[in-house]
Design a protein around this ligand. Sequence first.
Ligand SMILES: [Zn+2]
Length: 307
Amino acid sequence: MRSPALSLLAAAAMLAPGAARGASTDSAALAAQEARLAAIAYRLTTGSAHWCPDTVPQPGWLLSDARRFDQRDRASAAATYGTTGDGPFIAALAPDTPAARAGLVRGATIAAINGQPVPTLGTGPTMRIDAIVVMLDALEPTAAMTVTDGAGAVHPIDPTAGCASSFRIERSGPQAAANGKLVRLTLGLARSIADDQEMAAVVAHELAHNILRHRERLADDRSIDRVRQTELEADRLSVWLMADAGYDPAAAIRFWNRHKKPLVRAASHPPRKERIAAIDAEIAAMRTARAADPAARPLELRGAFLF
Ligand SMILES: [Zn+2]
């Protein structure tokens, strides 16, 4: 049995790191999950671009901004990311992507795209990131472009076309959400998913909501039946997105078998077992269809859902 003094020392040792550097621990944890999400998002948006009515240049980065952090946490966050100066910066860079090949690095600030300065219209925490997304959306998806970093260096980029969505890890809010343009996961949810394939399954479901324009379609009817229908549609399309991006679609089943609590506590969302059964059935249907035609894409997914 340990002496009370030793137990106290052990307890103090366990508490000390969090207490002493809570903010920097937080930004390091955030950066680690952003790195995973950057790689998954790039692979999903570019690997399944043929499912998307709108494609945009996907450089392979996740962006952040000092303004996303409390004033007192900004210095430690800047140290975590290796960013200097004031401006939106690259929080994560997936390996072997257009931005990485162009020599951009984590922490680089983005001052201009194609010589156009990133506008600073307001002081909101993500306004400069959103401005960059708008600038990219206006470009041809595979047209050569340049990024000017905070030091004035100009990086030519040959972007890859990918589905029109951007991605973010948040420290609060709903565990996973999609608003038509942006896919968000909380830090807590991301940290609870150790397996990248399972994280990709969650991201693919949210990306499917954006591809299927569910936010728009629910604008005039948020009835329980309608919401349940969009959830099942997103689960079904996510199976195909996963497969076409080279992931195992059954990772969604593994996620739901392990993650027993619903991501959204709402009667409108299908029960876990119903979702698992629907995903299982879709995987079987996909295997049958692709055995006959390796490029098969069912009309009710491409047609009724998408257009
Ligand atoms: Zn959903």
